[in-house]
Each structure stands twice: as structure tokens, then as C-alpha cells.
Design a binder for this molecule. Sequence first.
Ligand SMILES: Cc1cc2nc3c(=O)[nH]c(=O)nc-3n(C[C@H](O)[C@H](O)[C@H](O)COP(=O)(O)O)c2cc1C
Length: 246
Amino acid sequence: MLERKSIRRFEDKEVPRDLIEQIVRAGQRAPTGGNMQLYSFVLISDPYKKKQISQAIGSQRCMQEAPVWIMVCVDWHRHIKFLKSLGIETRWRQVEKFWRGIICAILAAENMVLAAEALGLGSVFVGDPRSATVKIARILKMPDNNVLPVVLLCIGYPAENPPQRPRWSLEAVLHENEYEPASEQLIKDYYEAANKRLVEMNYFKYLKIEGISSWAEHLKMRFPPNQKRVTEEILRKDLRELGFLY
Ligand SMILES: Cc1cc2nc3c(=O)[nH]c(=O)nc-3n(C[C@H](O)[C@H](O)[C@H](O)COP(=O)(O)O)c2cc1C
């Protein structure tokens, strides 16, 4: 766990099916509220479906190189059907449905990331499904509602060994008894140390971002105000359509 890092370059080598299944089994062993297991994982092996998804969310190099694509989804459909089969009608409130589902699916996804690491594989999450959840749901033939694609997990044999990316100090993230707001100094120290490290490791060149030489510029570039608002609007509309928001 302390060695893990995102891997974005993969060897052109298939991952045996039994390893993929072991990874998914490890995902299933994650804690899950009320043992509800509110997730499904769609293994996308069909090149045509990969192309459709790439068109819907945009294609990153890690997606093109990764032999294994797993769409991690929040899935209330199966659980509600299961309860119905027992004569139990449920009326979950929307925010709770979203909250519980995301926790459940993401805990399982992280177990899968760690399982991949333990098996000598590398992985990276792609968060772009949030810009086209309904389209993805339709491409992957999900039910009309109650299934929400959340992240794409790309897995394969690593073809790179990048340095670990910086993190906040333990002091910044670990509080005892009382929350302590980050001081100006702590924030300054974090930026300076992290920026130095990212420049040293050629991070911006690695990400193939032109004209960026500091982390501040990179962060600024990632938050163009208009584009973020559009994503928010699309996400809200899609969440409504998929039954996760009023
Ligand atoms: C929800 C989520 C979405 C992510 N989306 C992307 C992505 O679209 N492309 C990418 O290259 N990395 C993506 N990542 C990986 C992060 O960029 C990466 O975890 C972070 O920069 C820290 O690096 P590390 O994982 O190597 O420690 C994502 C990670 C998470 C948790």
C-alpha cells in the first residue's frame, strides 16, 4: 500500500482472466454498509465498446494502452430487486442513495487497485465517466435507472516506474480530538516541497502538458470556470435521469 502509485503506461500484454477475477473478488471483500454491496463492475473487452466510451468521455493515453478496463458502478438495481423478491419495498431518499452507493463502490474499487498492485500489475482511475454517465449507461446496456457508472479503472502490466507523487504531511491530515485548520505556513511549505518534487520528477512533461512549468500553473489550468460549470450541469441532469437526484 505504501508503494502504490498510479501507472499510466502499460505493456502490450494481456492480463489473464483469473487475475482479473481475483482482483474483482478482492473488491468484493471491501467493507460494505449493511452488506448491501451496492456495486457492479463492467469489464469492457469489446474494442467497439471501448471506442464508444472513448468517444463519450475522451481518450487518454492510459486508456489506449491499458488492456483491462473495468467500469466501476454504483448499483442499487440488483439490491432493490433482491429486496423486492423478499417482499420488502424500499423508499431510499436520493441523497442517502447516492452517498451510500459512492462509498460502497469506491471502497471496492480501491481494494481492486491494491489487489492489482499485489499481483504485480499497475492501475489508474479515469474520472471522466462523470461527464457522460447516461451515455455510458446506455452503451453498457444498464437498466434505465439505479445504476451509475462512477470511474473507469484501467489495469495492466506496468511499462513505467514513476516516482511517487507528493502528499500532505501526516501533521496536515491527522488531527487529534479537534480539527486543526491548516496554517498559512503549512500550506506554503506543502506547495513549495510538492512543487519542487514535481519539477524534479518532470511531472508536467510526463503528463504531456505544454507550456506548464509549475504546479500552480497546472492547478490553474485544471479549473477553467466555464468548463467546470458545464460538467456540473451535465452531471446533475444525468444523476436525475439515472434516479440519483431529485
Ligand atoms: C476519482 C479519480 C479520478 C482520476 N482520474 C484520472 C484521470 O482521468 N486521468 C489520470 O491520468 N489520472 C487520474 N486519476 C489519478 C490521479 O491523478 C492520481 O491518483 C493522483 O495524481 C495521485 O497520484 P498517485 O495515484 O500516483 O499517488 C484519478 C484518480 C481518482 C481517485
